[in-house]
Design a protein around this ligand. Structure first.
Ligand code: COA
Length: 373
């Protein structure tokens, strides 16, 4: 039995979108027409989240209003707090976010009182609190969800570390949230669109998207990349280790991409920030090891790092536990998922492709008693 040439839907155009372009001219990434470098240079993630959910960048008053609305939506209902506190400390935080999203959907369902846009704003505002409330409460610590921080990046870092965050770390997380916010018809976004196309609710689409993002071929690659980098104590041992892995045909997480052909434009931005943090921390292992893995992958496979590779070391230098890496992706990508959910709803048709059948020919059922033992 052989698969057809659309395996993994590679190269298949599965719909149209106003939101994002990926890999046009080999390397580009745009959100509603704005280039990713332009957005990183001139905007905060809170401006970009507004852009993705409204189609335009905010003016000063609109941004102020947006930030106020988000800050007012950060609290968690007691029943959700109890659910989060009951999840074991060694659970994967992606499972925590998936569960938190579902539970909030039970407590504050989409319907007459709350439309899809209100649910979207609520999830964007509440995800950092869900993640950090579980993180601390499952370790016996009660935390206040009201940090007084205005930006989502600073709010998250403050919740996680329980102190006012370092400005460079806020800048790094804010930029990485911009980089991760949207990426056209990637696996998790397409999942969200498929769920939405059945006329299901926003919570279901986002919970399904979190499940898709969790895998190491998608968002989970940043955690897998960190686990790999940490195995090596020097650039030379990293080179030997990568050569061995490549000779056994292993995948090196954080490299390669389905759509980009020459480079991932997000990688250069996060690499520069990782380098800055490495210098600040006095790191002499993690960043040099990362650079050597990068060089070996280029030399041996002509493969480039994707957004996940240098995000790993950048998050590590910010003191973020490795299992929190993919959840940070959720805090950001929820904006892209929501943009696609709203776009799908605006012009919906059930997404239901067909398959090339490559199974057995039609046959008759043999009654159970006549089947060979
Ligand atoms: N490490 C080693 N080899 C890799 C590789 C990697 N990270 N990524 C691709 N390759 C190789 C494949 O083994 C394949 O080799 P072959 O032709 O000898 O079989 C070739 O490059 C083409 O790869 P393919 O698996 O067809 O690409 P894809 O478009 O299906 O997959 C990814 C794209 C992203 C899933 C893939 O590059 C990958 O698994 N990367 C690691 C996980 C990752 O970083 N994911 C985050 C993506 S943003």
């Amino acid at each position: 039995m052989s698969a057809n040439n659309t395996q993994g839907l590679a190269g298949v155009v599965a719909g149209s979108t106003h939101i994002c372009t990926v890999g046009k001219a080999g390397t580009g990434l745009t959100y509603f027409g704005y280039g990713i470098n332009d957005l990183c240079d001139h905007c905060t993630f809170d401006e970009v989240s507004y852009l993705l959910l409204h189609g335009e960048l905010p003016n000063e008053n609109q941004l102020k209003d947006w930030i106020q609305k988000l800050a007012a939506s950060r609290g968690l209902p007691e029943a959700l707090k109890s659910t989060l506190a009951a999840i074991p400390a060694d659970a994967h935080p992606m499972d925590v976010l998936r569960t938190g999203c579902s539970m909030l959907g039970c407590l504050e369902p989409e319907g007459a009182d709350r439309d899809g846009h209100a649910v979207g704003l609520r999830l964007l505002a509440a995800f950092p609190g869900m993640l950090c409330y579980w993180y601390h409460s499952s370790r016996g610590r009660e935390i206040d969800l009201d940090t007084g921080e205005t930006s989502l990046a600073a709010h998250f870092l403050h919740l996680l570390k329980q102190k006012a965050p370092d400005p460079l770390e806020v800048k790094v997380i804010d930029t990485s949230l911009i980089l991760y916010a949207e990426h056209e018809f990637n696996a998790s976004t397409f999942t969200a669109r498929v769920v939405t196309s059945t006329l299901s609710d926003v919570y279901s689409a986002i919970a399904a998207a979190i499940g898709a993002l969790r895998g190491p071929l998608h968002g989970g690659a940043n955690e897998a990349a960190m686990e790999l980098i940490e195995k090596f104590s020097s650039p030379d041992s990293a080179e030997a280790g990568i050569m061995e892995l490549l000779s056994s045909k292993a995948l090196i997480m954080g490299f390669g991409h389905r759509v980009y052909t020459e480079s991932d434009p997000r990688s250069e931005v996060i690499q520069a920030l990782s380098k800055k943090l490495a210098e600040k921390c006095g790191d002499t292992v993690i960043y040099p090891v990362s650079e050597r893995i990068h060089a070996v992958m280029k030399r041996e496979k002509n493969l480039f790092p994707n957004a996940d590779f240098y995000s790993a070391s950048a998050y590590h230098f910010c003191g973020i536990p490795t299992p929190m890496f993919t959840p940070i992706f959720v805090l950001s990508r929820v904006t892209g998922w929501l943009a696609h959910i709203y776009e799908q709803r605006a012009n919906n048709r059930l997404i239901r492709p067909t398959a090339d059948y490559i199974g057995p020919d039609t046959r008759k059922v043999t009654p159970l008693s006549n089947r060979p033992l």
